[in-house]
Structures are given as C-alpha cells and as structure tokens.
Design a protein around this ligand. Structure first.
Ligand code: ATR
Length: 276
C-alpha cells in the first residue's frame, strides 16, 4: 500500500534518555517520509511477546538498546555475521516473510565515524583500546575487520579483557589498567570505550606521555562532546574524533532499511542533535 505510514522504534529499559527518536524523527521530517519512530519501554519478561506483536502492529523494524541487545539474538530467525561476532544486535528488521532479522551496526558506526572525520589508516599501526565492556566488543571486532595489525587492550577488571582476548585471538594483548598509558607508545588508533569522562563520571586519567602525534584518538563518550581525554590528546598534536558521529552513523543503515532512504550524516544532523 503506497499510503502506508511506516513505523519503527527503539526498544529498551530505560528508554527516555535515548536520542534515537530525535535523530530518526529529524531524518523523517527532513526527507518528507511518512513515518514515525517511537521510544518503547519494554521489560525483559515482555520482550519476546513485544517482538511477536510489533510486525502485526505495522512496525517495519526497530533499534534495540540496553538491556536487550544480547537477548534479542536468541529470539531472531536470522542473525548477521557481524551481530553474531559481537554477540549483540542493535538493529532489527521485521521481514515481510515473518522472519526477524537481527544486525549490529555499532562497529560500522564506529569505523565510519573515524573514516569520515579523520585521515585514518587503521592498517598503519597498533590500536590501543581502553575498556572491555559491551561497546569494546563492537570496537574490537570492527578494528580487526578493517585490518589493524595489533590491538592492545586494557581494562580496570582484567578478567574482562582476558575474556575478549580469548575470544578474538592472537592479535590482542592485554595490559594492566595501571599501565594503560604504556600501551599508547606507537599506537596509531586510540579508543576510549569506558564510561570515564561522561557527565557525572570520574575523568579518564590515563597518562598520555607516550602518545605520539600520529595517533587518531576517539572517545565513545559524547556527553560532553569534548572530553578531557580528547582535549589532552589534541594538545599532543593528535587528530581527535568525538563520539557523537558513532551514534549518528550506526543509525543510518536501519533508517535506510525501514524507510527506504540513506540519510546523510552531516553537520546539520549533528547540530540538530546537539541543540535538541
Ligand atoms: P558498555 O556497554 O558501554 O561498554 P559496560 O559493559 O558496563 O558498558 O562497560 C563499561 C566499561 O567502562 C568497562 O570497561 C568498565 O570497566 P570494568 O569492566 O572494570 O567495570 C569501564 N569503567 C566504568 N567505570 C570505571 C571506572 N571508574 N574506572 C575504570 N573503568 C571503568
């Protein structure tokens, strides 16, 4: 039906803080698409039933966020390789054949943000990754995919970093959290995946003494946009890329699948989100 209003949303608990409805709403109105994108507060015990009902209610797809990103894999009929590798999904498609398709675009968003906002050559040298939580998994998987030769990984809780090394293999080495600054020597890509530096959290105090000016440094934290970690890296002469772009780029493939238009991630989009 050509006059059908397309419906999508984001499923999580809590969900009120999510910027996804703002972003998709902005793109829908910018491109004049007859669609809606809504926040859906869904508890774990209701997830399966909600996913079964959504296509019947006219939803063409959804984003998934905390705490459902891992659980949803077990409920999907089709899981993309990258979602399986990361062990989590953030983008769902309710296919017309009734099958639930689960993908993960976090790694794509991470890589696209660096590619579009820096002169970044992932193969040029080692990457250093701070943090070994859920976000780190997507970062590590995508760094390996784009050909970084080596990943140095450090996390306050060492066991989580060791588990990622066991899973992702020989290119990963684990560095004690107290020595995290040492792994920046010679690194060409440096990523903060921890929540340190976010509004209300302590600062990321890792020493940048060994950081060379040829590193591209990025922070997944985007509240504030310029974390003190990025400011310190810029003072060392590094290219720095803030984390807002990852949020914007990870959303683009879902929007295109559901609403039929590849949205632009440009300054107008950034400004809209920042001012909202
Ligand atoms: P996400 O999905 O955003 O990665 P997460 O899985 O809760 O969230 O991971 C949060 C990351 O921030 C972890 O690497 C965590 O370190 P631990 O594994 O030791 O918990 C890190 N982190 C959070 N608070 C921290 C702090 N005060 N000091 C050091 N690392 C911290």
């Amino acid at each position: 039906m050509s006059d059908k209003i397309l419906l999508a949303g984001v499923i999580g608990a809590p969900i009120a803080h999510s910027k996804s409805p703002l972003l998709h709403g902005y793109w829908l109105s910018r491109y004049g698409i007859a669609g809606h994108y809504v926040p859906l507060h869904v508890e774990q015990m209701d997830l399966e039933e909600v996913l079964r009902m959504m296509p019947k209610m006219g939803f063409v797809g959804a984003n998934v966020t905390i705490p459902h990103k891992e659980t949803v894999l077990g409920l999907a009929d089709i899981v993309t390789d990258r979602a399986a590798l990361i062990g989590a999904a953030n983008t769902l498609i309710f296919r017309s054949d009734g099958k639930l398709h689960a993908d993960n675009t976090d790694g794509f968003g991470f890589v696209e943000n660096l590619r579009c906002n820096a002169d970044w050559k992932p193969e040029a040298g080692p990457a250093a990754v701070l943090g070994a939580g859920g976000a780190s998994r997507a970062v590590i998987a995508s760094l390996l995919e784009v050909g970084v030769p080596e990943i140095r990984l450090s996390n306050r809780t060492r066991a989580r970093a060791d588990a990622l090394k066991d899973e992702f293999g020989a290119k990963i080495s684990v560095v004690e959290w107290v020595h995290a600054g040492d792994m920046l020597k010679g690194a060409r890509t440096v990523v903060n995946t921890t929540s340190l530096g976010m509004h209300g959290q302590p600062e990321l105090k890792v020493s940048l003494d060994h950081l060379g000016s040829d590193a591209v440094v990025t922070d997944l934290v985007y509240t504030p946009l310029r974390t003190s970690f990025l400011t310190r890296a810029a003072e060392k002469g590094c290219q720095t890329v803030d984390g807002l772009g990852m949020l914007l780029y990870q959303a683009a493939p879902g929007f295109e699948r559901w609403f039929g238009k590849r949205p632009e991630v440009d300054d107008a989009t950034r400004q809209f989100i920042l001012s909202a």
